[in-house]
Design a protein around this ligand. Structure first.
Ligand SMILES: Cc1ncc(C[n+]2csc(CCOP(=O)(O)OP(=O)(O)O)c2C)c(N)n1
Ligand SMILES: [Mg+2]
Length: 401
């Protein structure tokens, strides 16, 4: 019978990770990556607080504990590469360079958010930084990532795609289907399993027959490796090598990062599926504390400098909250904007549906066609809780996310 200790209690060495020691990069890079991890941690803590204050609606999934996995992997990307993630993606957007203001404003559902306030926490998107979201469907981003990689290959670029998803997503049908096509078509894509050891409240060994997830893609023709997701340098080395093979040899790869989420699956999680002791054990491997300690030990960055980075992160987050709070909600009249992609919005060499003929087609003039839907939506909007207090009460009654 599987127990919680099958993987959760094991030393990283036993899992085949964490035994390699990597040299530190230059001081500037060390400071930059530490600052990114601290910003993500502070941002997530504050997002949790804002959710409790009902400033944020819907669901909220925090990545606290996964910072080394996120920053180590994204540092291996070129600016022109694509990144795709799941609904647990605030850290990915911040790591890719989306300003904290725009991420927080999106969580608040404001017009100044990176998705114009239409996506919220689960659907962050930043085309300028080639961050393609933010997906709520478990395993839903895998085939899309293969499609993006196919476009990169087809148009003769050197761009690669890094597609991140959870351990739970490896059980979806899309996992096998996508591995097969990626291998068959030699696509420049790296699949990254963020194995935080739970799919909601179900532990890895209870949801997956194969618990070494780096082995799950091999039979489809996509080789896998495993890294210590609590060790920024190990993640970086592993993802860099995988990207090199995907980009250079057109050989898609899978990387499993073994990590842990310190908070619940989402904000409403009683966490009955794990013990406090287990969480404590993993807190002892805190990726930020571990990296800071190493920097101090090797004389690269002292305690005071780490404190300065923390103060800066706090200021950035304070500013982001102020910005989000004072920004307007999207105008109701803009509800039908950005629903369909219209021909001229699509840059060559991509194609949209209306290359069928130059005229607009049914459904493409939804602003004009949608009067009835608009009336219904306006009526619906009247039933929205009006104040934060109303929203807190609605939440206490169990309504909403
Ligand atoms: C297709 C689908 N099935 C179920 C869900 C409900 N659901 C949301 S998150 C989640 C767990 C996914 O776990 P994992 O892939 O490990 O990602 P993590 O939340 O740990 O980052 C589930 C089952 C969903 N969003 N989509
Ligand atoms: Mg998981």
């Amino acid at each position: 019978m599987a127990t919680e200790d099958v993987i959760h209690g094991r030393h990283p060495d036993e899992l085949g990770v964490g035994s390699t020691s990597h040299p530190l990069p230059d001081r500037e890079t060390c400071e930059k990556v530490l600052a990114k991890m601290i910003l993500i941690r502070r941002f997530e803590e504050r997002a949790g607080e804002m959710y409790a204050k009902a400033k944020i609606g819907g669901f909220l999934h925090l990545c606290i504990g996964e910072e080394a996995t996120i920053v180590g992997a994204t540092q291996a990307l070129r600016d022109s590469d694509y990144l795709m993630s799941t609904y647990r993606e605030h850290g990915q957007a911040l790591a890719r360079g989306t300003p904290a203001r725009e991420v927080m404003a999106e969580l608040f559902g404001k017009a100044t958010g990176c998705s114009g306030g239409r996506g919220g926490s689960m659907h962050l998107f930043d085309m300028d930084r080639r961050f393609l979201g933010g997906y709520g469907i478990v395993g839903g981003n895998l085939p899309l990532a293969a499609g993006v990689a196919l476009a990169s290959d087809y148009t003769g670029t050197e761009d690669a795609t890094l597609c991140m998803f959870g351990d739970g997503a490896t059980n979806q049908g899309t996992f096998g289907e996508t591995m097969n096509l990626a291998a068959l078509w030699s696509l420049p894509v790296v699949f990254m399993v963020i194995n935080n050891q739970f799919g909601m409240g179900t532990a890895l060994e209870r949801h997956s027959a194969v618990t070494d997830l780096s082995k799950k893609s091999g039979g489809f023709g996509v080789p896998g490796t495993r890294c210590d997701g609590m060790n920024l340098l190990d993640v970086h080395a592993c993802v860099s090598t995988a990207l090199e093979k995907a980009r250079g040899d057109r050989a898609p790869q899978l990387v499993e990062a073994v990590t842990y989420r310190y908070r619940g699956h989402s904000m409403a999680d009683p966490e009955e599926y794990r013990t406090k002791e287990e969480v404590e054990r993993w807190l002892g491997r805190d990726p930020i504390a571990a990296f800071s300690k190493r920097l101090a030990e090797e004389g690269v960055l002292g305690e005071e400098e780490a404190k300065r980075l923390d103060d800066e992160a706090m200021k950035t987050v304070d500013d982001a909250v102020e910005f989000a709070d004072s920004s307007p909600f999207p105008d109701l009249a803009s509800m039908y904007d950005d629903v369909y992609v219209i021909g001229e919005q699509v840059r060559r060499p991509y194609w949209s549906t209306d290359t069928r003929s130059p005229d607009t087609h049914r459904g493409e003039e939804e602003r004009e066609a949608g009067e009835i839907a608009r009336e219904l939506a306006e009526k619906g909007a009247l039933h929205e809780p009006e104040t934060d207090e109303d929203q807190r009460e609605a939440r206490a009654r169990g309504e909403g996310g």
